[in-house]
Design a protein around this ligand. Structure first.
Ligand SMILES: Nc1ncnc2c1ncn2[C@@H]1O[C@H](COP(=O)(O)OP(=O)(O)OP(=O)(O)O)[C@@H](O)[C@H]1O
Ligand SMILES: [Mg+2]
Length: 255
């Protein structure tokens, strides 16, 4: 059975794509077959973390949604992003289902829309046809059709927020949705926390505000800013506080 894990945040730029990519990499290092679907069709970006050249893609999620190909035809193997000695030897792999970054194709899908049930079928088919242990869904911020669908079908929802009052209010909205849709596992992740802050205090305060446990508090990391989505920081520096936090999230997803 493929487990579905979606990553959400109410506001943009909270760290969804970086978290999803790093979680995928650590799952694969543990021998799991993982695929990531970029459902951020308005502003795709997670392919950048895996250094995928969008010009070289044969198919994207858009092509599948338009009925031009099968969903599995869009998958790109990005396992090279794991460090060499830990890659496929143990059966672990990361596949990416990218969204198109061609202006005309983004405009068309936003204008014409698409049959959302195809996305649902696509997720199911990917799990079966690619023999996945985990299907990770990266999303656009806020609430839209893809958000609702992915929350509804998720085994785990990773909800990311920053220590910011706008994030606090919006997170309550998404959390309420997740509760109504009865998501089995909800993991709150606080990202971009200044290292000078008291992480335990922040985790306790957020857990009690939302009546939901905090899976990890991730530091605002200067190295991550320097990396600028140019790679997977948890793979590059496994002893960093960021990598340890991601690893805790992966432990909980696997529990
Ligand atoms: N813990 C962190 N410390 C420093 N920078 C971070 C951290 N997490 C993410 N970033 C940076 O923040 C920016 C946004 O990250 P990312 O793209 O992962 O967020 P997102 O939630 O997917 O954004 P969007 O809503 O636009 O999809 C990137 O430049 C990334 O490098
Ligand atoms: Mg993103």
């Amino acid at each position: 059975m493929t487990r579905i894990v979606s990553t959400h945040s109410y506001r943009g730029g909270t760290g969804k794509s970086n978290t999803t990519a790093n979680v995928a990499a650590l799952l694969a290092q543990r021998g799991k077959r993982v695929a990531i679907v970029d459902t951020d069709i308005q502003s795709p970006g997670i392919h950048v973390l895996f250094q995928v050249d969008p010009q070289r893609l044969r198919h994207t999620l858009n092509d599948y949604l338009w009925g031009h190909c099968r969903i599995e035809d869009t998958a790109v193997d990005v396992s090279h992003a794991l460090s060499a000695q830990q890659s496929t030897a143990n059966g672990g792999a990361v596949l990416l289902i990218p969204s198109s970054i061609r202006t005309g194709e983004i405009a068309r899908i936003l204008k014409e829309g698409y049959d959302v049930s195809m996305l649902n079928d696509g997720f199911r088919d990917l799990g079966e046809r690619l023999a996945l242990d985990y299907l990770l869904i990266d999303t656009h911020p806020g609430v839209n059709e893809e958000t609702l669908l992915s929350i509804a079908i998720s085994d785990t929802l990773v909800l990311i927020l920053r220590p910011d009052h706008q994030d606090y209010q919006g997170t309550a909205v998404t959390l309420e949705l997740a509760r109504r849709l009865e998501v089995p596992q909800l993991l709150l992740v606080v990202n971009k926390v200044l290292p000078a802050f008291d992480f335990r205090q922040i985790a306790d305060r957020i857990a009690s505000t939302y009546r939901s446990p905090v899976a990890a508090v991730l530091p605002m990391s200067e190295e991550l800013i320097r990396l600028g989505s140019g790679g997977l920081f948890a793979v590059m520096d496994p002893s960093s506080a960021y990598a340890k936090g991601i690893s805790t999230v992966v432990d909980l997803i696997e529990a």
